[in-house]
Design a protein around this ligand. Structure first.
Ligand code: NA7
Length: 567
């Protein structure tokens, strides 16, 4: 521990995923005494914990990788257009080896509380769950947006005696499905990746679906060495482009209006996009589809038609087609033979709307009847898989007692949704920076609400979202430039102002107006029915373009951070 006036560290980073590792790299580059604390046994964050079958990117691998190291770009080869979990985990380990980052990472350590000490000492006192205390001038939270898994709020979860896994806590050891009766709860982006993989090797798989999602084909493929050489040669151009697109994806936005296209032209565009790899159907669609119910109905009907074509049993197909939300208004899962999995004789879909889960039992689970003529059933399983998602965005913050200068816990202050300045800083939490939370996307309605704005809302509270590593790089660079500025000017305290937080939060709310997604429950609107206090929709994300978000943050830096209180 440092002495009572001087902290032990200049910078403490919480989390050793993509954002934590890059933060550590940059802080060490500045010559600051830095330490990173990680709950897991190794680096990787999302790509360490989510090792369930089928886990992979749905942004193009080369567009997801870091851009800041020419050596890494020159040496690392991606082998698939959408890399699987293990390849990404290996990638981050490769970076940590290369820059010796691991020597400053402490594993197996979970942070419990973080308190800003009085203004004289100007440091954070951080305590882990074993009671060890760390002091640091600056605190960087790099805990991820989707890092706090949740189990279903049904009785009996602890009673089940068979093998049970949450997809975000998947074991490192091989899990065999051979000949087993497996039940999986959830049909979000995770389950939609896992189900076809599990179905290949399982005795019997029962999928419990509450809300169906509009999934579209990923069209993954291997990358040959020749293709990788071409990708590498195109890196400068590609990264430049990613700085210009609203969501930092390689997919171009589409300025065209659906109302100026004939039915044949629409069909032609949608067939083309449906056959494209990646998020094109979501990001390169007509500009109205995420803001205009009528436009959204048309594209939803196209995707419904595809589901009907691909699923042989008409009743199952109808259950898989969302009826209460339109295409793209929730996070669009990307799939590889997901719909075809239901054509296998050993896969069954159970609709939880007609028979909700009553309880988890010792042997499996029991559903109950809520509709006349549809009976509940008793299911026995050898394995139960919870693909039930996360307490997203602010969940990781709620799991730690952050206490600022006003003595209040952050969790209490964010009950009505996060309030941030630039999505990276907070009032009453001096010297704390958030680099991987939901960046509130700054959608600018005056530009016209285009399809691609919405995705932005994913990273940290109120930060620009989209292709997450692009947002991470920007946030980490902005924070390190800020810390460097403070250091050079002999400043040891920075705090967002009430006025700044108010304006930013209003801006975030204002730019999110008009999106159909605001009318839908999902983790992106902060709703998690399994968590008390997460029943109400909030504006957690920044719905504007990354381009504008960055410009606003750069302007603040260019003015010498004069919108902050500095001392
Ligand atoms: P999601 O997208 O939050 O999906 C969780 C799924 O689990 C979803 O289908 C839920 O149904 C279902 N769920 C949750 N609780 C229950 C209960 N109690 N009973 C039945 N079904 C339940 O999480 P994912 O892990 O799939 O994806 C998260 C993100 O990770 C993803 O968007 C990517 O960005 C990466 P519901 O929809 O709530 O009715």
């Amino acid at each position: 521990i440092g002495n009572s006036q001087q902290p032990e560290h200049d910078v403490l980073v919480i989390g050793a995923g993509l954002s934590g590792c890059y933060s550590l790299y940059r802080m060490r580059e500045l010559g600051l005494k830095s330490k990173c604390i990680e709950a897991g046994t190794a680096v990787g964050g999302t790509w360490y914990w989510n090792r369930y079958p089928g886990a992979r990117f749905d942004s193009e691998s080369y567009s997801y990788g870091f851009s800041w190291s020419p050596e890494v770009l020159a040496e690392w080869n991606w082998t698939e257009h959408f890399a699987p979990q293990y390849e990404t985990e290996k990638y981050l380990n490769f970076i940590c080896d290369k820059f010796n980052l691991r020597e400053d990472i402490q594993f197996n350590t979970r942070i419990q509380s973080a308190k800003f000490l009085d203004d004289e000492r100007r440091m954070w006192e951080v305590t882990d769950t074993s009671g060890n205390v760390y002091t640091s001038r600056f605190l960087i939270t790099a805990m991820g947006v989707l890092s706090n898994p949740t189990l279903p709020n049904v009785p009996g979860v602890s009673h089940y005696k068979g093998e049970a896994f949450h997809t975000a806590r998947w074991p490192k050891d091989h899990v065999s499905f051979e000949g087993k009766r497996v039940g999986i709860i959830g049909t979000g982006a995770t389950a939609i990746q896992a189900i076809p993989e599990i179905a290949k090797n399982v005795g019997h798989l029962t999928v419990f679906q509450r809300t169906p999602n509009w999934a579209i084909p990923l069209h993954n493929a291997k990358i040959s060495p020749e293709e990788m050489a071409d990708i590498r040669a195109g890196y400068p151009e590609m990264f430049e482009k990613l700085q210009k697109t609203r969501m930092c994806f390689i997919h171009d936005s589409n300025p065209d209006s659906i109302w100026e296209a004939s039915p044949e032209q629409r069909e032609e565009l949608w067939e083309h996009l449906y056959a494209q790899p990646g998020f094109g159907m979501w990001l390169s669609n007509y500009k109205e589809i995420l803001v205009d119910h009528k436009a959204n109905d048309l594209v939803s009907e196209f995707v419904a038609k595809k589901i009907r074509q691909r699923v042989k049993d008409p009743e199952t197909a109808e259950l898989l087609i969302p009826k209460n939300h339109g295409f793209g208004t929730r996070r669009v899962p990307m799939e590889t033979s997901y719909y075809e999995a239901y054509n296998r004789p050993n896969v069954r879909l159970v609709d939880l709307h007609s028979t909700p889960i009553e309880r988890i039992t010792e042997k499996g689970l029991r559903t109950k009847s809520v509709k006349e003529g549809v009976e509940g059933e008793e299911y026995d399983f050898d394995m139960l898989i919870y693909a039930t998602g996360f307490d997203a965005v602010t969940g990781a913050f709620d799991a730690i007692d952050f206490i600022g200068t006003d003595g209040k816990k952050l969790k209490e202050k964010w009950e009505e949704g996060p309030k941030t300045y630039l999505g990276m800083t907070l009032k009453a939490m001096p010297n704390m920076f958030m680099v991987s939370h939901l960046p509130s996307t700054t959608a600018d309605n005056s530009l016209g609400l285009t399809a691609n704005i919405w995705l932005y809302q994913i990273m940290g509270p109120h930060q620009a979202y989209g292709n997450i590593p692009r947002s991470i790089e920007f946030a980490v660079d902005w924070v390190s430039n800020c810390i460097e500025h403070l250091h050079k000017n002999g400043l040891t305290r920075i705090e967002a102002r009430e006025e700044g937080v108010k304006q930013w939060t209003e801006h975030v709310h204002q730019i999110s107006e008009g999106f159909l997604s605001n009318e839908i429950d999902s983790w992106m609107t902060g709703v998690n029915k399994n968590v008390a206090g997460r029943q109400k929709r909030i504006v957690a994300r920044y719905n504007g373009s990354a381009v504008e978000f960055r410009q606003r943050c750069r302007d603040v830096a260019a003015r010498g951070y004069d919108s902050f209180d500095l001392a």
